[in-house]
Ligand binder design. Structure first.
Ligand code: KIV
Length: 271
């Protein structure tokens, strides 16, 4: 029956085809079932269960405290809500850095317990062995270069990365390494637009930028930032498509007033 027509899932192959066809890839972070359904229906290609959940869902200052089990919980919720989008899960800090067998075990746990389709991890040369091992097990991996927030204490700030010839050459070299290790895509965070375009041109796999200019094959933003729910955060790269923070405060204030003045519920809203 036509109303039961199956929705075609976005896969690593579809993302590769999109790059080939010059069709941009829209990715957003997502951490729960309700939002997953809404973002999926709006045509987002990839829902990233980002470790930014540590900041925007749990209220921590960095992405470091979130655990593998917390990420698995968020990914399970998103997987239940997404019908078309690929569900991509960040491997949290500490779940892959120590050695490649631990990295594989963490990736397998994510895939077994969440219904997600791929994992993402941060870093260059130092994570190549883990990527080789995880992809050999049949798990698609997306890389992440440039500003990698799990290394914030090493960077010392959330400033732009890949500035200057040496840093730019290192980033290009590592991007190629990640592609050769089997990554199906690469996030480029907070690097000069010219460098991101150069990496995008040099790679066969799609690049997804955040603060990396329009030359990437796709873009990603943190959902709460994009929807205007996080007023304190306004970096240059962020475009706010709504003011949900203001809307929520206005609606909630009206609700509180109605309750306080016995204006809610009305007889029509009562049994
Ligand atoms: O966790 C996250 O939100 C991310 C994006 C910023 C790419 O990794």
């Amino acid at each position: 029956m036509s109303y039961l027509k199956e929705v075609k899932r976005v896969t690593t192959t579809s993302l590769q085809t999109m790059k080939g066809a010059g069709e941009k890839i829209a990715m957003l972070t997502c951490y729960d079932y309700t939002m997953a359904g809404l973002l999926d229906a709006a045509g987002v290609d990839v829902l990233l269960v980002g470790d930014s959940a540590s900041n925007v869902m749990a209220g921590y200052e960095t992405t470091l405290p979130i655990t593998l089990d917390h990420m698995i919980y968020h990914a399970q919720c998103v997987s239940r809500g997404a019908k078309r989008a690929m569900v991509l899960v960040d491997m949290p800090f500490g779940s892959y850095q120590s050695d490649s067998s631990i990295a594989l075990a963490s990736a397998v746990k994510i895939m077994k317990e969440t219904g997600a389709h791929a994992v993402k991890l941060e870093g260059g040369e130092e994570v190549v062995e883990s990527i080789l091992k995880i992809t050999k097990a049949g798990i698609p991996v997306m890389g992440h270069l440039g500003l990698t927030p799990q290394s914030i204490h090493q960077f010392g700030s959330y400033g732009i990365q890949g500035k200057g010839e040496e840093a730019a050459n290192k980033l290009i070299k590592e991007a190629v390494m990640l592609q050769e290790a089997g990554c199906f895509g690469l996030v480029l965070e907070k690097i000069p637009a010219v460098l991101a375009a150069q990496v995008t041109h040099a790679l066969q796999i799609p690049t997804i930028g955040i603060g990396a200019g329009v030359g990437c094959d796709g873009q990603v933003l943190v959902m709460q930032d994009m929807l205007g729910m996080n007023d304190g955060f306004a970096p240059k790269f962020l475009r706010k498509y709504a003011s949900l923070g203001e809307d929520i405060t206005r609606a909630t204030t009206a609700y509180v007033q109605d309750v306080k003045h016995a204006q809610f519920p009305s007889p029509e809203e009562s049994y």
